[in-house]
Design a protein around this ligand. Structure first.
Ligand SMILES: [Zn+2]
Length: 279
């Protein structure tokens, strides 16, 4: 990544932290990214690039990841997850991690054969790194995956953890047949109330023109959402416009009504055309 990309990335990260999460999945994303940032403090920028390079070498040329949040990505296995549309909350049920599945799976199974070969590959690739670096990297993985039960005690367990949870080959296996994961059940992640934390932070950091008070952080009623979606002037005069800039959930609610209205227009136009062709 060059400097401009890095700056844009930084700006985007800053922006997401200035908007209240819209869904339970947004809360989880915010939580795991902040855990990852804390764990990454064990390294400097240069060390982080080397570690990412090594992990990308492990994944293969076609499956490189731009950052550790994408390298250790629990959301990859959650395409149809209900949390993508659920209201914000503090606990989320997610598919089991490969590292936990490994402990439950017998030797000789397909999963185990692939997993063991991946562990062997990563052991060789990480040969030159000191133990603390490998353990620190595995701890970053556990943070990004919000895995509070990760068993990372030494170099060996760290390599196993990294190989299993960042493996392209296991991802491919899952994409082909996820029955093993589904049978193994799920894991429950509990997290702090990130919405409340962020609201407190917004109120604390706002100054002068940018001051934010409690009422700026109150979500619109259903009636207000509908009214604001269709009457820009009422919205601008309502003294509640600041909330829309701060709240991802209300942004989606207003957008939902606007999309609905466009859909209704299209449907009406299509019905009109149909009756004309029929005539
Ligand atoms: Zn809101």
């Amino acid at each position: 990544m060059d400097t401009l990309d890095l700056e844009i990335d930084y700006y985007k990260n800053q922006l997401t932290e200035l908007i209240l999460p819209a869904t339970l999945m947004d809360c989880f994303e915010m939580f795991r990214r902040s855990e990852l940032r804390k764990a990454a403090q064990a390294f400097n920028e240069k060390e982080l690039s080397w570690l990412l390079l090594t992990m990308n070498e492990f994944r293969g040329a076609d499956d490189r990841k731009e950052g550790f949040d994408l390298l250790f990505d629990p959301l990859m296995y959650t395409v149809d997850h209900p949390a993508w549309s659920a209201a914000p909350g503090t606990s989320i049920e997610l598919p089991i991690l490969n590292s936990a599945l490994y402990e439950m799976t017998g030797r000789g199974t397909n999963f185990r054969v692939i997993a063991d070969s991946q562990i062997a590959v990563l052991s060789v690739l990480t040969d030159g790194y000191p133990d603390e670096a490998i353990i620190g990297l595995a701890e970053m993985g556990a943070a990004a995956l919000a895995d509070s039960g990760a068993k990372i005690a030494n170099r060996k367990s760290a390599i196993i953890y990294l190989a299993l949870n960042a493996s392209t080959r296991l991802e491919d296996y899952w994409a082909e047949d996820n029955s093993l994961w589904r049978k193994a059940g799920s894991r429950l992640v509990t997290m702090p109330d990130v919405v409340a934390e962020l609201k407190a932070l917004m109120i604390r950091n706002g100054r002068g023109d940018e001051a934010i008070v409690e009422s700026d952080l109150t979500c619109y009623t259903e009636e207000e959402v509908r009214c604001f979606a269709f009457h820009a002037s009422k919205f601008l005069l309502s003294r509640k416009s600041k909330h829309l800039a701060l709240c991802g959930r209300c942004q989606e609610r207003v957008q939902g009504w606007i999309d609905w209205a466009h859909g209704a227009e299209d449907r009406a136009r299509r019905n009109g055309n149909d009756s004309m062709t029929q005539a």
